[in-house]
Design a protein around this ligand. Sequence first.
Ligand code: SAH
Ligand code: DHB
Ligand code: MG
Length: 222
Amino acid sequence: MSQQQWTAVDDYFTEVLIGHDPVLDAAQQAADAAGLPRIAVSAPQGKQLQLLAETLGARRILEVGTLGGYSAIWMARALPADGRLVTLEIDPVHADVARGNLKHAGFAEIAEVRLGPAADSLQQLADEGADPFDLVFIDADKPGNPVYFAWALRLTRPGSLIVVDNTVRAGKVAEADSTDPAVLGVRRLHDAIAAEPRVSATSIQTVGAKGYDGFTLIRVRA
Ligand code: SAH
Ligand code: DHB
Ligand code: MG
């Protein structure tokens, strides 16, 4: 099996299940024009986030790691008109592109991009006494995963779902002696989940347009 084949299959699923999406295409074009890295979730992965949010009946969504707002648009599509999406981004250029894309997608009222290190913004949300989030998508710097997971637990409620992207790292997650900071971040996340009685979790390996990676689903126990 080759990357070429995985991409062809993602292209096929995108064509047959998602189709032409001018809003998402424009968002990707704006991200490219601004020189953002092409590391947003794939269209099938974005749709999965939307479906999860819809299944949860999510009214409040938190994202850690905005980039150009591509995954944020997918998740915002699941929200009711009075829903809320807060997405955290450290890079001012990324945050600007995301604000433009979310506005163009019609989510200027629903979505808020908070600029700064996610750990600071998460502390700020807790200090503000933010209402619990129904869904949290963690997709920023991978060494930060354990810290973001701890905050996600504080900012959710029983029954909420926490999704963490990129938790397989082309299989490197299984290397117990790895010194790669991203791999360590993902392994420490799994240790933290294992030590946390308030959650139930699984990790799933994936292949696709973005290569061999995967994601972790964490349910806060009801
Ligand atoms: N969720 C996006 C992709 C996010 S890429 C999508 O699928 O469309 C990861 C993003 O996290 C990048 O934009 C990067 O600038 C941001 N990031 C990295 N370190 C961060 C930190 N400490 N705090 C907040 N954002 C961070
Ligand atoms: C990278 C980050 C991501 O969130 C992703 O989905 C793929 C790659 C990266 O930093 O390389
Ligand atoms: Mg990612």
